[in-house]
Design a protein around this ligand. Structure first.
Ligand code: HEM
Length: 467
């Protein structure tokens, strides 16, 4: 049996301090020094960094049944319950079947209208904002985060987030901070103890549950009063009229597991799924967009090509779903940005049983770590990997599977992938028609690998009105 290479440290914590300090550079270092399969110690776990795409395919697809989600996501159950992100089989598969129709292609048109409608409102808000008018410094990341939050809220439960803005975004941002807490060892205990942060967590969760169950109860009542069969044509309806509830929540409440037990979701399951979609569906997209704007601000040629495409394809019109496939350079900007700065920078899995791959045997309980950050920058698959070259996405390239996996793969592939691509392209196009952004003098842009890849100091820019 081939021994697996890796750093040997005498410290009980092994590689943990380095990994916790900066997992991005820690992964780069491990791969550089030891190759595609590296063993290291992370807390009390036997951890392995896998950077060979063929082996990543083994873990996420071929042998996926032998793995559960990593410890951090298991801990997140305290908040997310048994939603899609955190649940395990067989529950996960049932919930996935029930949730999938909400993301079918024919539903996207309604979501696209939500996206462009809210972005239009945002653009009006920016026009009226003196910081935008006077070219003062603005944190674009925070603006985009609020916009994607309002989009996912409206797509999920048609919420008029302006009326709920205070409570929803307050609780949501409190929760995102809690998420960091939940990745710590012993977090299950920490949240129960009388620390201020734990008290805040419990209070936020209580408020959030009240909000969620309130919405679910109100909607179940509304659905009951509707004529039978009205729900079935929801997908075809435009969701921008004021009384249309063709949103994700309706789909989840109506879903029946026809391939399985024939039943639907309990209120608790709907709560878990809504909360999961709410959390998974805005920060990731906001980060992808922020990194894209940053790269555009620092690459004038790409910016010029971007504006040319917008003027050519849209000619000043608001983009719609039909435009998305014609905005090829805009798509390339997003794809290249997620290559260099993948919002999900690493994935973890725990082996249920001992298993073998690539000539190595891994023990039961092994933590398998796969870093998009590392693989997306591997010179074997990406010529000039550190260079920002959106053009590389304009011509078909023969790359092995799993050399690009910003949305994961296999049975746990991101359910919102189409939603996210569409949102990314539409928002870039709609905003780019009106604004360009210059990096503010002295701006410090640094990746911060929390649950998602954030910008440590935000994205301070000077907005300039186009045209
Ligand atoms: C650029 C944006 C996004 C990125 C990069 C992203 C990335 C990912 C990744 C990598 C996974 C797999 C995690 C794993 O295998 O452990 C995932 C799962 C998931 N994502 Fe996304 N995501 C994005 C947007 C969205 C959106 C917009 C939604 C919903 C509206 C969403 C909902 C989910 C859900 C529910 C899961 C769990 C799926 C399952 O296990 O069945 N994501 N996402």
């Amino acid at each position: 049996m081939t021994p697996i290479p890796g750093p040997r440290t005498r410290s009980l914590l092994g590689f943990t301090p380095r990994f916790r300090k900066n997992p991005l550079t820690a992964m780069e270092e491990l791969k550089r020094e030891y190759g595609d399969v590296v063993r290291f110690r992370l807390f009390n776990l036997n951890a392995y960094l896998i950077s060979d795409p063929a082996l990543i395919q083994e873990v996420l697809v071929t042998q996926h049944a032998n793995f559960t989600k990593s410890v951090a996501l298991k801990r997140a159950k305290v908040l997310l319950g048994e939603g899609l992100l955190t649940s395990e089989e067989p529950l996960h598969m049932r919930q996935r079947r029930l949730s999938q129709p909400a993301f079918h292609r024919e539903r996207l048109k309604g979501y696209a209208a939500v996206m462009t409608g809210l972005t239009g409102e945002w653009l009006e808000k920016w026009d009226a904002d003196s910081r935008f008018r006077n070219g003062e410094t603005v944190d674009l990341h925070s603006e985009i985060m609020q916009l994607t939050l309002s989009i996912v809220s409206k797509a999920l439960y048609s919420a008029d987030v302006r009326s709920d803005a205070g409570s929803i975004s307050e609780v949501a941002s409190a929760m995102v901070k809690m998420f960091v807490l939940l990745t710590l060892p012993f977090s299950e205990w920490i949240v129960k103890l009388p620390f201020p942060v734990s008290r805040r967590f419990r209070a936020a969760k209580k408020r959030l549950d009240a909000l969620m169950y309130g919405i679910i109860a109100e909607r179940r009542k509304w659905n009951e009063t509707r004529p039978l069969g009205a729900a079935a044509d929801q997908g075809a309806r435009e969701s921008n009229s004021s009384d249309d509830r063709g949103d994700l929540l309706s789909m989840l409440l109506m879903a029946r597991d026809t391939e399985g037990d024939g039943g639907g979701m309990s209120d608790e399951q709907v709560r878990d799924e809504i909360l999961t979609l709410f959390l998974a569906g805005h920060e990731t997209t906001a980060n992808a967009l922020s990194w894209t704007w940053y790269l555009l601000a620092t690459h004038p040629e790409a910016e010029r090509a971007f504006f040319e495409e917008l003027d050519h394809v849209l000619g000043g019109r608001t983009p719609s779903l039909d435009d998305v496939e014609n905005l090829r350079f805009t798509y390339a900007l997003l794809a290249e940005s997620m290559r260099l700065y993948p919002p999900a920078w690493g994935l973890g899995r725990i082996a249920k049983e001992e298993f073998s791959m690539g000539g190595y045997t891994f023990p039961k309980g092994a933590l398998i770590f796969m870093g998009q950050w590392v693989v997306h920058r591997d010179p074997r698959f990406w010529p000039d990997p550190a260079e920002y070259q959106p053009e590389r996405w304009l011509t078909p390239a023969e790359r092995p599977k799993m050399t690009y996996f910003p949305f994961g793969a296999g049975s746990r592939l991101c359910i919102g992938e189409r939603f996210a691509w569409m949102e990314g392209v539409l928002l870039l196009a709609q905003i780019g028609q009106r604004w360009r952004f210059r990096l503010a003098p002295g701006a410090r842009i640094q990746p911060q690998p929390l649950i998602t890849l954030r910008m440590k100091y935000g994205l301070p820019v000077i907005p300039e009105r186009r045209g």
